[in-house]
Design a protein around this ligand. Structure first.
Ligand code: MIC
Ligand code: MG
Length: 297
């Protein structure tokens, strides 16, 4: 009730254990705290907090317009209601290495289990769009080094994302992945991998866990869980999947009201009030309230 029971430290330890487990950790993107609760209820290992989703939620494109305060605020709202570890997208870390360091501490305070910082130039853009660019490898290494040094909880996971594959090719992405792991990154996020062969190259190059981004309508082939597991991938994110599904359903609902003059034909496509209340655990709130009112000294 009100908040999830495990502490941030426990969730971080669980995230570490999951990355070491040899089982693929599945992190769908939560587009709000409520959807994070649904992800937990459905038995996933963690939730992803996407920059693309946060931007879209604010009615903005994903081109580096959101601030650390906005990302941390959303992270805290989501982390506090789910027992699952949350991994949050910190884009480029919001500036120079010192800013990346502050970003890590602010996100630790928000209660998430880890974050990823990417090697794009500022302002960044979605990793599946053309025309993006990356900073020099040394600059990105300084970003990661600063982030790692700033962490206060050693279990807080710092992931390094490289966008180099789509800019300079897979060889540069592999070299960067090695350098970022050498700088202390716990997890490598190779962005815009085209196919299994790209993942094989990455997997062979680094000893740390690797992440697969299975975002739709982008540059990556959508690989299933079994394939990703066989490639030695440790964690998969579905960053925008739930938002895309929800928005499509919303479009259909609005069209029904416009076209048929009522939403009555869509009741079977809706989450029932009963299921919503169950997910929100209304019952514990009434019990709590009763206890408060019947409390006597
Ligand atoms: C993972 C990502 O960084 C995100 O913000 O969710 C995006 C996802 C997307 O735009 O589809 C990215 O891949 O850049
Ligand atoms: Mg992003």
């Amino acid at each position: 009730m009100l908040h999830a029971v495990p502490s941030a430290a426990q969730k971080r330890a669980a995230f570490r254990a999951g990355l070491d487990s040899g089982t693929l950790q599945r992190f769908p993107g939560a587009f709000n705290p409520l959807s994070a609760k649904l992800i937990e209820r459905r038995g996933f290992e963690g939730v992803y907090i996407s920059g693309a989703v946060l931007s879209a939620d604010l009615g903005l494109p994903d081109i580096g317009l959101t601030t650390l305060t906005e990302v941390a605020g959303r992270s805290q709202q989501i982390a506090r209601v789910t027992a699952l570890p949350a991994l949050v997208d910190a884009d480029t870390g919001f500036g120079e290495p010192m800013n990346a360091a502050r970003t890590v501490q602010v996100l630790e305070d928000a209660g998430v289990a880890g974050t990823h910082l990417e090697d794009q130039v500022n302002p960044k853009r979605c990793g599946h769009l053309d025309g993006k660019d990356v900073v020099d490898r040394d600059v990105a290494v300084r970003r990661i080094t600063a982030a790692v040094a700033a962490r206060r909880d050693p279990d807080f996971v710092i992931a390094a994302r490289t966008d180099a594959a789509a800019v300079h090719g897979i060889d540069d992405a592999v070299e960067r992945a090695k350098a970022y792991a050498g700088a202390g990154a716990d997890l490598i996020f190779p962005e815009a991998m085209r196919d299994p062969a790209d993942f094989e190259r990455l997997r062979a190059a680094v000893d740390v866990p690797i992440l697969a981004n299975m975002t739709e309508f982008g540059k990556s082939e959508l690989l299933d869980v079994k394939t990703l597991e066989s490639l030695g991938v440790n964690i998969v994110i579905y960053p925008v999947t739930l938002l895309r599904l929800a928005m499509h359903a919303a479009e259909k609902g609005l069209d029904a009201i416009t076209g048929q003059g009522t939403q009555a034909g869509l009741l079977d496509s809706m989450q029932h009030r009963r299921d919503l209340y169950e997910l929100l655990d209304y019952e514990s709130y009434s019990t709590f309230d009763e206890n408060v009112f019947t409390f006597r000294v």
